[in-house]
Design a protein around this ligand. Sequence first.
Ligand code: RB5
Length: 146
Amino acid sequence: MIGLGCDHGGYELMQEVKKHLEERGLEYEDFGCYSRESTDYPIYARRVGKAILDGRCEKGILICGTGIGISITANKMPGIRAALCTDCFMAEATRQHNDANILAMGGRVVGPGLALKIVDTFLDTPFSNDERHKRRIYKIEHQEEE
Ligand code: RB5
């Protein structure tokens, strides 16, 4: 299950993402927003982050105008690793290296064609499971100095 969240700045692109996931036969849960009306991105970042931490969703996709505010918010939640991606290299690397559990994008930054390729890359790339990456992810959560 993929948790989806956006604000008004990401609403248009999120409609494309939903269509694409449906075409791929992938299940999602839509945590809003549900219109183009101005709203506050932290609401949706937290809803999706919580669904991942609860185990209700495996991964999430968050979209605001830039992808910045919504990813900053999600990354305040321990256990959430939200990656703001503007190309497929970033989407692939963040899955392999950071085991990112949320993809963040900017609806005013990437066009729909590229965005859907980023989505596919993010969803289809497994974590490498390399020891060095596991060690670094552990250090993200445990604030170790060395
Ligand atoms: C909303 O205007 C905009 O600030 C928001 O979508 C996002 O870009 C914030 O980081």
